[in-house]
Design a protein. Structure first.
Length: 154
C-alpha cells in the first residue's frame, strides 16, 4: 500500500485519515465496486485546462463533469486536460489515479455539491490500489479554500 508522497505529506499535516488497500483497478467506478462503497462517496479528481492554468474538479465517481456548467465559472476556454498534462501536474501519481486534493499540487479546486453531502468520503491515493477514507469534517477541511459549484451529472 503506497500513496503519493506529496499527498501523504499534505494529509499528515492537515487531516486524520485511513488508508484502505484494495485490488488494483483502472477506474473510479471499478474502485467503488471493488471496495463495496457507493460511487457517490468516492471523490474523483478531474483535471481541466482553463486558458493558461489548470483546475481540479472534484465530484462523485458516479457522475461526470458537464463542461457547459463550468463555463460560467471559468469562461468558454475550458477543456479536459490530456494525459501528458495530468502526468506533469501529478508526477508522483500513477497514470489515472489523480487524488481529489488540488491544494497540495498547487491547483485551484472546485468541488461539486453532490460530494459535500456525504458523511464519509473516499478518494484515490495516487495509485490504483489504495483509497483514502476521511469523514465529512475532514473533507471539508481539505476543501476549505475550494470553489463550490454544481457541474456533475449522472
Amino acid at each position: 500500500m503506497s500513496i503519493a508522497p506529496t499527498l501523504q505529506q499534505y494529509l499528515d499535516r492537515t487531516v486524520t485519515y485511513e488508508m484502505i488497500a484494495h485490488d488494483p483497478t483502472m477506474s473510479s467506478h471499478r474502485t467503488a465496486q471493488a471496495c463495496r462503497i457507493s460511487g457517490d462517496k468516492l471523490a474523483k479528481g478531474v483535471v481541466l485546462r482553463c486558458r493558461d492554468k489548470y483546475v481540479l474538479a472534484v465530484l462523485p465517481a458516479s457522475r461526470f463533469v458537464r463542461l457547459a456548467d463550468l463555463k460560467n465559472e471559468f469562461g468558454d476556454d475550458i477543456a479536459l486536460a490530456d494525459e501528458y498534462e495530468v502526468a506533469r501536474l501529478f508526477p508522483d501519481c500513477e497514470r489515472g489515479a489523480v487524488p481529489a486534493v488540488g491544494e497540495c499540487y498547487a491547483l485551484e479546486t472546485i468541488v461539486d455539491d453532490a460530494i459535500e453531502g456525504q458523511t464519509d468520503v473516499y478518494m484515490e491515493g495516487g495509485d490504483h490500489a489504495t483509497l483514502i477514507h476521511i469523514d465529512k469534517s475532514q473533507f471539508a477541511a481539505l476543501c476549505r479554500d475550494a470553489r463550490r459549484g454544481h457541474f456533475a451529472v449522472r
